[in-house]
Design a protein around this ligand. Structure first.
Ligand code: ADP
Length: 402
C-alpha cells in the first residue's frame, strides 16, 4: 500500500508523532514536542537515516507544536517529505473510548464530540486528544482523513462478568463506572503477532499478554478477543507499576484520606504518582535504577522488585483460571521487552503450568521478538516488542481504504 500515514499521540503538554511509509511499514521520521503551553517549548525530531533536529520553540498551544514539526518534516535539512500534501491520512491515539467506541473510527464532528464527552473518564488525556485533532485539521486541511484509534477498544469485547464492579448498580447506570482497560492497542498488536509467530489461528489460542512499562497491564485474550484486563475504570487498577499502586484494598484509600486530611485529588496524586515501585523502594520509578539498588543491597528496592514480580505472577495465574488454561504468555513494554530478570522471575514459579524458559536465551533477548520457552514447555513464552504506532497506522489505512 503506497501511503504515508502520520501517527499522532497528543498529551496535555506534549505531542508525539511518527510518519510511516506503509509501502514497507517503515518509520520515515519521528519526534516529540514537549512542554507545550509553557515558556520552554522543545522539539526533538529524528529521521530513519539518522538526522536529528533538536530546538527550543515557541509552542503556546498544540497548533504551534504542529506547525513546528510540520516544518521539520518538510525542511530541506531534516525533512523526509517535500510537502504535507504527501500525507494520505492521520491516525490519532485516543486513551479513552468508553463504552461508545468498540473499534477505530474515521473522525467527524460527532466522533470528536464523543471523545470530548468522555473526558470525564480520562481528564488528562481526552481533552488533549481533541486539541491535537483540531490542530491537525487546521494544519493539514479538512480533506485529509483523520482516524481515531482507542486504547480501550480492544477491551470492548469483555463480558460483563469481567467489566462490572460490585458496586450499587446505579453507579454503572448513572456514571458508567466499570472496567474499560488501557494499553489495548498494544495488547491487540502483540497478541496478533504471537499467533502469527506461532503459526496458529488467533481464534484457536489462549494468550496472556503482559505489557510491562512505566504503566503495566495484563490482558487475557481468548478467540483473538480480550476476555479480561487488569486496568480498570482508569489505568490505576491492576498491579503495582512505576509510580501507581495498582489494586489495593479500597478501605486503605478512605482511611489514609481521613487520617491525613487529603482531598480526592491529593489522594489520587499519591496513588498515581508516588506509589508503586517508587513508593515502596523510595529509590526511583525506573526499573533499571531499582534493580541496581536491589542488587547493591537496598532492601526496600528488593522488596519492590519482588512484590512486582509476585503480583504479575498472581495476575497471570488468575487469568489462567479465568480462561480455563493458557497456550502462550507474551512479554512486552520497556520492562517486558528488555528485562530478562523480570521475565525469568515471573516464569520461575509457574511449574503448575509446565512453563519452562531457556534462561541463557532469555538473558540475550532485549527489544526483539523471540520464543523464550523451551521446546518441551507446555506453555509458549514470548518476548514481542510492541508497536502501537504501526497498529494505529494499519487501522488508519484500513478505514480510509473502505
Ligand atoms: P512507558 O510506559 O512510559 O511507555 P516503557 O514501555 O518505555 O514506558 O518502559 C519503561 C520501563 O522499562 C522503565 O522502568 C525502564 O527501566 C524499563 N526498561 C527499559 N529498558 C530496560 C532494560 N534494558 N532493562 C531493564 N529495564 C528496562
Amino acid at each position: 500500500m503506497d501511503m504515508k500515514i502520520l501517527v499522532v499521540n497528543a498529551g496535555s503538554s506534549s505531542l508525539k508523532y511518527q510518519l510511516i511509509d506503509m509501502a514497507d511499514e517503515r518509520v520515515m521520521a519521528k519526534g516529540l514536542c514537549e512542554r507545550i503551553g509553557t515558556e520552554k517549548g522543545h522539539i526533538k525530531h529524528s529521521t530513519s537515516d539518522g538526522r536529528v533536529y533538536e530546538a527550543d520553540a515557541d509552542m503556546p498551544t498544540h497548533s504551534e507544536a504542529f506547525d513546528c514539526f510540520v516544518a521539520a518534516l518538510t525542511s530541506d535539512e531534516y525533512g523526509v517529505i517535500k510537502s504535507m500534501s504527501e500525507i494520505n491520512a492521520v491516525g490519532h491515539r485516543i486513551v479513552q473510548g468508553g463504552a461508545i467506541f468498540h473499534q477505530s473510527e474515521l473522525i467527524n464532528e460527532k466522533v470528536l464530540a464523543d471523545i470530548d464527552q468522555l473526558s470525564e473518564l480520562a481528564p488528562l488525556h481526552n481533552p488533549a486528544h481533541v486539541l491535537g485533532i483540531r490542530a491537525c485539521v487546521k494544519c493539514l486541511g479538512e480533506h485529509v482523513p483523520q482516524v481515531a484509534v482507542f486504547d480501550t477498544s480492544f477491551h470492548a469485547t469483555m463480558p460483563a462478568t469481567s467489566y462490572m464492579y460490585a458496586l450499587p448498580y446505579e453507579y454503572y447506570e448513572k456514571y458508567q463506572i466499570r472496567r474499560y482497560g488501557a494499553h489495548g492497542t498494544s495488547h491487540r498488536y502483540v497478541s496478533d503477532r504471537c499467533a502469527e509467530i506461532l503459526g496458529v489461528d488467533k481464534k484457536d489460542i489462549k494468550i496472556i499478554t503482559c505489557h510491562l512499562g512505566n504503566g503495566c497491564s495484563i490482558t487475557a485474550v481468548k478467540d483473538g478477543k480480550c476476555f479480561d484486563t487488569s486496568m480498570g475504570l482508569t489505568p490505576l487498577d491492576g498491579f503495582m507499576m512505576g509510580t501507581r499502586c495498582g489494586g489495593i484494598d479500597p478501605s486503605a484509600v478512605t482511611y489514609i484520606m481521613d487520617k491525613e486530611g487529603l482531598t480526592p485529588k491529593q489522594m489520587s496524586d499519591i496513588m498515581n504518582k508516588k506509589s508503586g515501585v517508587l513508593g515502596v523502594s523510595g529509590v526511583s520509578n525506573d526499573n533499571r535504577d531499582v534493580t541496581k539498588a536491589a542488587e547493591e543491597g537496598n532492601e526496600r528496592a528488593k522488596l519492590a522488585c519482588d512484590m512486582q514480580v509476585y503480583q504479575i505472577r498472581k495476575f497471570i495465574g488468575s487469568y489462567v483460571a479465568a480462561m480455563d488454561g493458557v497456550d502462550a504468555i507474551v512479554f512486552t513494554g520497556g520492562i517486558g521487552e528488555n528485562d530478562s530478570r523480570t521475565r525469568r522471575e515471573v516464569c520461575a514459579q509457574m511449574n503448575y503450568l509446565g512453563v519452562k524458559i531457556d534462561e541463557a536465551l532469555n538473558d540475550t533477548v532485549h527489544g526483539k521478538e523471540c520464543i523464550l520457552s523451551t521446546d518441551d514447555s507446555r506453555v509458549k513464552v514470548l518476548a514481542i516488542p510492541t508497536n502501537e504506532e504501526l497498529a494505529i497506522a494499519r487501522d488508519t489505512v484500513a478505514l480510509i481504504s473502505k
